[in-house]
Write a protein of this length. Structure first.
Length: 463
């Protein structure tokens, strides 16, 4: 028995069935390529095929191509992936798979909650002043204010921090930072009224309120002396430091032109109200250096108040410059006395760096921290002069050692009448001139004037 003829692959649903004799003729006719196969040959092949069929199949039935019903098909492509035809009878077997269904819309996750607000950052000093500030002002405000704050430590080598929202700076730093835009302007800040009922503007000491700052505490440049060296007669005015016959001994002077030149000018008799007008002239400068020239043999130059006091302790000097805060304990103990005549006071101010993101809270903090009662509380622990009149009056006695404070506070009414304020604007313009001249004086040039040595003319040769 011959194997059935196979067919070429077609688009029929099933291509695994044998061909009928009529289809075989068509098949052979299609396969003829050279034209050499004749029609008789095809008939002979058909006769041979008929004689090979068994007797039971002598009258063969023409086998129709088996087309399975749609429900009996086993398609090669899964039904869900075949696009449904418009008319079932014309659906191609190679229907293009449908595009995958569009993904379900993604629901965006809720944004994370905003981070908690940063605490207000306060740059504070260390040392005795910083401790007094913590106890008298910062700790009460932690309970009083409706927002938290933290403190950043700072030191004289780092006078202010760009990481802080509120800083305490001296007048030279404040003025420079305000003019450059580094500090924000505080116009309209709601400051507390004075303890005596006066308005804030009247209660603050003149000069304490500026465009970018609110004054806090003052310190003074003063003259101190060793009481053991002047038992018969003690110096009590600035003019006395120029009198080396009556008050002998070395003078330890700090190389600080603003304070030194101001005190020397006052020592020569310049009125406090005219100090800066006089120092702004060449004659005023010449007079100061002339007085300094007379003291030249009696001067020990030092770089700060700590070294100046050490000169007194060692006996190398009998009179020295210093600052009121550093001399307080010694003055209370009685080993030295302070000459307040002609003291020059500078003061610190709260300021807000322009880059702060908490300007509203910073303003609230400054207004609360400069309330009269809080300034007085700090002055009672460390005797810097509060820059409010009512606060100076409230700071009557020391909180720990219970002594009267008025004589130790630069801004007490009696002390203000003896002193002069540090003029930051004046020294911004003139400090370089006075420092250059003072350097020349210390190098040995008379009156601080650098006069080049005369050039000797060459001798003429005799001819």
């Amino acid at each position: 028995m011959r194997p059935p003829l196979t067919t070429a692959t077609t688009n029929a649903p099933d291509n695994n069935h044998s061909l009928s004799p009529e289809d075989a003729c068509v098949y052979q006719r299609q396969r003829t390529t050279s034209g050499t196969i004749q029609k008789t040959t095809v008939l002979a092949v058909l006769l041979a095929a008929l004689t090979a069929v068994p007797a039971s199949a002598q009258t063969p039935q023409v086998q129709k191509p088996q087309v399975q019903a749609p429900q009996a098909q086993t398609p090669q492509i899964q039904a869900p992936q075949i696009r449904a035809p418009e008319t079932p009878s014309t659906a191609p077997a190679h229907a293009t798979p449908a595009s995958p269904p569009a993904p379900a819309p993604t629901i965006a996750a809720a944004p994370p909650p905003p981070p908690p607000p940063e605490d207000l950052r306060i740059a504070t000093w260390d040392g005795a002043y910083g401790k007094a500030q913590q106890q008298a002002i910062l700790e009460p405000l932690r309970k009083q204010l409706g927002f938290p704050f933290k403190t950043l430590a700072r030191s004289p080598s780092s006078p202010h921090s760009d990481q802080a929202d509120v800083v305490e700076v001296d007048q030279a730093t404040l003025r420079k930072g305000c003019s450059s835009g580094r500090f924000a302007r505080l116009g309209g800040i709601a400051l507390a009224a004075g303890g005596n009922g006066a308005s804030a503007s009247d209660d603050f000491i003149p000069g304490a309120l500026t465009d970018c700052g609110v004054g806090t505490f003052a310190w003074s440049s003063v003259i101190v002396f060793d009481v053991t060296k002047f038992e018969k007669r003690e110096p009590d005015s600035l003019n006395d430091i120029l009198n080396t016959k009556r008050y002998p001994g070395k003078r330890a002077l700090i190389v600080n032109p603003p304070y030194l030149m101001s005190m020397l000018a006052l020592a020569t008799g310049v009125a406090r109200t005219e100090l800066y007008q006089v120092l702004d002239t060449r004659k005023g400068a010449d007079d100061v250096f002339a007085a300094l020239e007379k003291l030249r043999p009696h001067i020990i130059w030092v770089d700060g108040s700590k070294t100046a006091i050490a000169m007194l302790d060692s006996g190398k000097a009998t009179i020295s410059m210093s600052f009121s805060g550093r001399t307080f304990r010694r003055a209370v103990a009685g080993s030295i006395k302070t000459i307040w005549d002609g003291h020059v006071y500078d003061f610190a101010s709260w300021a807000v760096p322009a880059g702060s993101r908490h300007t509203d809270q910073a303003r609230q903090f400054i207004a609360a921290a400069t309330a009269p009662a809080l300034l007085a509380a700090q002055a009672r622990q460390w005797p810097y002069g509060p820059m409010r009149k009512s606060s100076a009056a409230l700071a009557d006695r020391h909180a720990l050692i219970d002594i009267p404070l008025a004589q130790h506070l630069p801004t007490a009414a009696s002390r203000l009448a003896q002193g002069v304020i540090y003029d930051a604007a004046f020294w911004a313009r003139n400090e370089a001139y006075y420092r250059k001249r003072l350097d020349a004086f210390r190098e040995g040039f008379a009156d601080g004037v650098r006069v080049p040595a005369p050039v000797q003319a060459p001798l003429r040769k005799r001819t």
